[in-house]
Design a protein around this ligand. Structure first.
Ligand code: CO8
Length: 258
């Protein structure tokens, strides 16, 4: 289907979504969010796709929610429309892994969008920040919560209260991103990582993602118990039999469900 604010393509078993509003540094307007939700739903339903990469441009992953679109909204407008939750949740609800490939600015809603993905690969040019305070508001798509869980209270509080940006090196040290990649190689490397994930057993990938995510929602005792139940359930799959047999036979596994 034709999109106006994103580019959508497939690279083998990987769905690639590129945010594409270059004149507005990929500011996340309502139309873009709607299109992103549709593209994610389509990849989620596509059996050929095992993982998704979400990226932006060299200059900006996304410089935030669209300030010009938000500027004149009233309290009633945003409250009644439940502004922000609507449409954005597809990223967090997606059961297939979503890798954020971030170059340039990831600010405000852009940083929040990257943090909704399963992990972030950062170009050496990446800059992360929650500058909402500088325009008289606060993060509204999970920034105060996900950034705090990712980098701890001290850095999150400083960034949210001052709008200070974090460069890629600091983001890696703080645990916000899994690793840094030279900007020119970012998308290719993200696709390689997503292809690697797509080679695994799809149901086992989904169980694994669900288990890691449970760590953010539960106590250690409950989380470990949940993990063990999911671990047990992998023994009901053909792919666990195939994976372990292939190891013993010194060959590459051929997973059925992917
Ligand atoms: N919204 C709308 N337009 C934007 C945005 C944005 N967030 N960011 C940049 N643009 C536009 C600029 O207005 C400009 O357009 P024009 O050429 O028509 O004037 C164009 O993009 C290029 O931007 P700049 O000329 O400013 O480029 P610079 O390289 O000089 O600066 C910056 C780059 C530093 C990234 C700068 O553009 C900037 O500070 N942008 C705003 C960053 C920001 O405050 N982000 C937070 C927004 S609030 C938010 O995200 C709240 C999330 C809560 C959820 C809401 C869900 C809907």
């Amino acid at each position: 289907m034709p999109y106006e604010n994103i580019l959508v393509e497939t690279r083998g078993p990987v769905g690639l979504i590129t945010l594409n509003r270059p004149k507005a540094l990929n500011a996340l307007c309502a139309a873009l969010i709607r299109e992103l939700g549709l593209a994610l739903d389509a990849f989620e339903a596509d059996n050929e796709i095992g993982a998704i990469v979400l990226t932006g441009s060299e200059k900006a992953f996304a410089a935030g929610a669209d300030i010009k679109e938000m500027a004149t909204k009233s309290y009633m407008d945003v409250y009644l429309a439940d502004f922000i939750t609507h449409g954005w949740e597809q990223v967090t609800k997606c059961r297939k892994p979503v890798v954020a490939a971030v170059a340039g600015y990831a600010l405000g809603g852009g940083c929040e969008m990257a943090m909704m993905c399963d992990f972030i690969l950062a170009a050496d040019t990446a800059k992360f920040g929650q500058p909402e305070i500088t325009i008289g508001t606060i993060p509204g798509a999970g920034g105060t919560q996900r950034l705090t869980r990712a980098v701890g209270k001290a850095k999150a509080m400083e960034m949210c209260l001052t709008g200070r940006m974090m460069d890629a090196a600091e983001a890696e040290r703080a645990g916000l991103v899994s690793r840094i990649i030279p900007a020119a190689d970012l998308v290719d490397e993200a696709i390689k990582v997503a292809e690697r994930i797509a080679e695994m057993s799809r149901p086992v990938v989904m169980l694994c993602k669900e288990s890691v995510n449970a760590a953010f929602e539960t106590t250690l005792t409950q989380g470990v118990k949940f993990e063990r139940r999911l671990f047990h359930s992998t023994f009901a799959t053909e792919d666990q039999k195939e994976g372990m047999a292939a190891f013993a036979e010194k060959r590459t596994p051929s997973f059925k469900n992917r």
